[in-house]
Write a protein that binds this ligand. Structure first.
Ligand code: ZN
Length: 430
């Protein structure tokens, strides 16, 4: 046995390599699809049984009445806490347990957890069951090496991050579970890569645009007003004016991948006219000029912008069309808005992680920001805790893709970093 803490933690994690693989596979094999919010109770019970063996007190809590919660799809969360020898600070590892839909293009079983050439495959392997497993192994190794710590360690597995986090971290934060008098340090093991610390994320503004026309017989379209053609004009404006303008709005935030270091817009969905007839149906559409078309846009904005400014930009397009295009009318409805979130790099958690990365991996940490939002926003805004970052194994670009995977070596490396950072935070050595 060596005196070097990093080496002892590393050895304790390496000794758990098979356990780490099995844990990750077990988590992937519980298909916690969201929507609709499948198997949340099953994964919480699995985590409870595991964490109890390491001396954690575990609470399972259902976020009743939150979006999507029902008796068929209850929003269960687990919060596990282990008190140390004496009083001190609390370090919390938060992972979401939900995964997004499978989609097309898989060559492996999305819920099989196959281990191939040092990679574990499955929906959620990267985002973020690999990170959850690595944080649990990090804590178990830490408890073996440093059993006499002061303070407290918490691990949570939370619902619904992929759909906004309202039945998960937001719900817990509203009940005080992330308030600064209870928890002082939060690490979210989202897949940002083992040598990068993610300090925050861009903002989100989702909206529905409706263009309004007038129904008429399809054989005499000149008697109606076509909402789909109106929507085409909106799309043309987005294509020719807005997208080029957004690519010129760059940010000082170190967003990765670099293509996201600017404002972006995604056309999430579009529909106009009659209800869509399912593919293969023998039903026949009736001849009508469509009187309504709907589009959902997903606008991601940078720290240099505001949600109000983003809205004004869309309104400006719609108002200009109203002035210039005959019979153009519209409705604009905001669906969701999240301000950018940011933790200063001088805060204890990023400092501890950066030092641990240097110690464990021999490389300097890179500060990054996420293109998409994650549960940090709720810990920041509702919990009022400004000492929270995302740090975990996995390659961000693989998230939500077919054949998503996480590397076992990346998990052991990041688990070593997490265990070292945990030690620094609990002992105040940051
Ligand atoms: Zn995630």
């Amino acid at each position: 046995m060596t005196d070097n803490l990093a080496e002892r933690l590393r050895a304790a994690i390496e000794a758990r390599r098979a356990a780490l693989i099995a844990l990750t596979q077990d988590l992937i094999r519980i298909p916690t699809l969201n929507p609709p919010g499948e198997d949340y109770l099953a994964i919480c019970e699995y985590l409870r049984d595991r964490l109890r063996r390491s001396g954690f007190d575990c609470r399972l809590m259902r976020a009743r009445g939150t979006p999507g919660d029902s008796d068929r799809y209850p929003r269960w969360n687990i919060l596990a806490r282990r008190e140390g020898r004496g009083p001190g600070q609390c370090v919390h590892f938060n992972s979401h347990v939900d995964v997004v839909e499978v989609g097309q293009g898989w060559t492996t079983d999305p819920f099989g957890g196959a281990l191939i050439d040092g990679r574990i495959y499955g929906r959620g392997a990267c985002d973020m069951k690999g990170g959850l497993a690595a944080s649990i192994i990090a804590v178990e190794a830490f408890l073996e090496v440093c059993p006499d710590y002061d303070g407290a360690i918490e691990i949570s597995g939370t619902a619904d991050e992929e759909s906004g986090g309202y039945g998960g971290v937001a719900w817990l934060a509203e009940r005080g579970f992330f308030s600064p008098d209870r928890v002082q340090h939060v690490i979210i093991p989202e897949p940002l890569q083992k040598d990068r610390v993610c300090l925050g994320h861009r903002g989100v503004w989702w909206a529905e645009i409706e263009t309004l026309g007038r129904i008429a017989h399809g054989s005499m379209p000149f008697l109606g007003v076509c909402a789909v053609r109106h929507m085409g004009a909106v799309l043309h404006e987005i294509e020719t004016r807005l997208i080029p303008a957004l690519s010129n709005k760059t940010t000082a935030m170190p967003v990765v991948p670099e293509m996201a270091r600017q404002s972006t817009i995604n056309i999430n969905s579009i529909h106009g006219g009659l209800e869509e007839i399912p593919p293969g149906s023998t039903a026949f559409p009736s001849a009508c000029v469509p009187h309504i078309a709907r589009m959902v846009i997903d606008r991601r904005f940078i720290a240099e912008e505001t949600a109000e400014g983003v809205r004004a930009e869309i309104e400006e397009i719609l108002e200009r069309l109203k002035r210039t295009r005959p019979d153009f009318d519209y409705r604009l409805r905001e669906l969701w808005s999240v301000a950018p979130s940011w933790t200063e790099e001088t805060a204890p958690v990023p400092r501890a992680l950066a030092a641990a990365i240097e110690e464990a991996l021999g490389t300097r940490a890179t500060w990054v920001a996420s293109p998409g939002t994650y549960d940090q926003k709720h810990i920041d805004r509702i919990g009022r805790l400004k000492n929270c970052v995302a740090y975990g194994p996995g390659i961000l670009e693989l998230a939500h893709q077919p054949d998503e995977w996480v590397g076992v070596d990346d998990m052991t490396d990041s688990a070593t970093v997490m265990a070292l950072a945990l030690h620094r935070l609990l002992t105040g050595a940051v």
